[in-house]
Design a binder for this molecule. Structure first.
Ligand code: NAD
Length: 509
């Protein structure tokens, strides 16, 4: 793929979504070769102001559309996604540097969450609760919440938005999306497909067309403005722990709600009884896949002493065989890092590891002669003497810190001794070990897997993590409740008015 063909292909892909960019002040580069593939116009505070107002108007219209009918719009959107899966997936690969299967996989996740949301649109169940008062009925009902602000990270440029969007839409909310300024094209393309679904929906008012789903393009300052806006009752923010630490207090100060999906530092324990063939494949996929740039990437590996030599020598061989290169070429397994800063952070972490006595394999830059403006690296294995402060922080790059252990309870304690709490896994064929890891005294993460790696979430379950990962949950299970407001209602069908605590207020007849 040459720079010229990348530029032209991006333009052609955007045209398929009906997008003709007239240029702008925000250059968009592809991590594949570092070249400019487009320029978009960023939005300022005044634009955001207008967008929030439009989202409010759309919400007022959308909230009274019956939920199954809202589901119909999401079904139409899924149709568009199915039809354009190839093109949107390819745009993800070009803009975020993911290999082809991962780009397509993201769009499939969008389709899956839409299907889930369509079913959900008929299942936004409340409940009838036993009242303590005679002649009374008590109900719990869920109502639409309002405009939802969605801030997303570069590494899942379309799927994470859809996890929020599909559910929020059937819940009756409008959407205002601030994507990463590294991946605005994927956002514009996704929203263009959504606009086509609205066209096919039939009878959508001008308010809905204009304000049901919008994209605000900009950097952290625009995210901050969205977080501060009182008209946005829920901000779902995906990104680094640093970002969450800034967004959360701003939203809390105005008594808004957040769903925080922040950094992870995901671990795996491989026990004495593990099936090593399975473990090896899982480690490779989770540590090396997406060039280590998934929130759920495997970053810490705890191996039982008795199998450490065998597993590590097989792992080193497997790391040596991984094909690194152009993510658009079939067969490539590791594409580029998102950019120079990511590369610098990785090299800094590896230097620190060496200084702490680690033995490091890989980690060097490759393909620099072919792509001097892009950053491809060989994934690194770092055999650490202990879980130092370095290992306790998330470096968003393919570094796997490996540590040995003797006692499972100790390994679990070390595993849990990091600030993040997103995804974790254990490889074992021993029922007791598996049960311990998933028990209350086991892993403290939001995602706890047995004989499957930490990455590769399924939309049917609630996705998110504890501690500095933010505590938010999105996608499946009952995550939808975060996008609605809960109403408790008592209905008195008696001829009496029993007051609380037996108090009587005499009123003359
Ligand atoms: P980032 O924090 O730099 O940016 C994420 C988004 O937040 C972007 O849209 C950015 O413009 C915005 N932003 C940044 N600072 C902000 C601020 N102060 N106020 C408001 N908005 C702000 O993250 P990134 O580099 O794009 O993505 C990588 C990080 O995201 C990693 O830490 C990764 O673990 C995390 N991540 C988490 C999940 C999850 O579900 N837990 C999913 C994907 C990525």
């Amino acid at each position: 793929m040459t720079t010229e063909t990348l530029f032209r292909e991006t333009g052609a892909l955007l045209a398929k979504f009906g997008i003709a960019l007239g240029g702008g002040d925000l250059p968009v580069a592809s991590p594949i070769d570092g070249s400019r593939i487009a320029a978009v116009q960023h939005h300022d505070q005044a634009d955001l102001e207008r967008m929030v107002a439009a989202a409010e108007h759309a919400f007022v219209a959308w909230r009274s559309v019956p939920p199954p009918r809202r589901g119909e719009l999401v079904r139409l959107f899924a149709d568009e996604l199915r039809h354009h899966k190839q093109s949107l997936g390819r745009l993800v690969s070009i803009e975020a540097g993911k290999i082809l299967e991962e780009g397509q996989g993201e769009v499939q996740e969008m389709i899956d969450i839409c299907d889930f949301a369509v079913g959900l649109s008929r299942q936004l169940y409340g409940r009838a609760i036993a009242s303590e008062r005679p002649g009374h009925r008590m109900l719990e009902t869920w109502h639409p919440l309002g405009p939802v602000g969605i801030i997303t990270a570069f590494n899942f440029p379309v799927a994470v938005w859809s996890w929020n969007a599909a559910i929020a839409l059937v819940c009756g909310d409008s959407l205002l999306w601030k994507p990463s300024d590294k991946t605005p094209l994927c956002a514009l393309a996704s929203n263009a497909l959504f606009a086509r679904a609205i066209d096919r929906f039939g009878g959508a008012s001008e308010e809905l067309r204009r304000g049901l789903s919008q994209v605000a393009i900009g950097g952290p300052e625009l995210g901050q403005a969205l977080a501060a806006d009182r008209r946005v009752p829920l901000v779902s923010a995906t990104g680094s722990t640093r970002m969450g630490g800034t967004v959360a207090p701003v939203v809390a100060q105005r008594f808004g709600r957040t769903i925080l999906e922040l950094g992870g530092n995901n671990g795996m324990i491989v026990t004495q009884s593990a099936d090593l063939d399975l473990a090896l494949r899982a480690i490779l996929f989770a540590a090396v896949g997406t060039a280590g740039q998934r929130c759920t990437s495997l970053r810490r590996l705890f191996v039982h002493d008795s199998i450490a030599e065998t597993l590590l020598s097989r792992l080193q061989r497997a790391y040596g065989d991984v094909k690194i290169g152009d993510p658009l070429e079939p067969g490539t397994l590791v594409g580029p890092l998102i950019g120079e800063n990511a590369f610098a952070a990785m090299q800094e972490a590896l230097a620190e590891a060496r200084a702490e006595g680690a033995e490091v394999f890989g980690g060097e830059r490759v393909l620099a002669a072919r792509w001097p403006e892009a950053y491809y690296v060989r994934p690194a294995l770092a055999l650490m003497p202990v879980q130092s402060a370095l290992v306790q922080r998330e470096t968003f790059a393919p570094i796997l810190y490996v540590m040995r252990y003797r006692d499972l309870a100790d390994a679990i304690a070390v595993h849990n001794a990091v600030p993040q709490g997103l995804a974790s896994s254990i490889f074992t064929t021993d029922l007791r070990e598996a049960e311990l890891f998933t028990a209350a005294e086991g892993s403290d993460c939001g995602i706890v897997n047995v004989n499957i790696g930490p990455s590769g979430a399924e939309i049917g379950g609630a996705f998110g993590g504890e501690k500095e990962t933010g505590g938010g949950r999105e996608a499946g299970s009952d995550s939808w409740k975060a996008y609605m407001r809960r109403m408790t209602t008592k209905i008195n069908y008696s001829r009496d008015l029993p007051l609380s605590q037996g108090i009587r207020f005499p009123v003359d007849a």
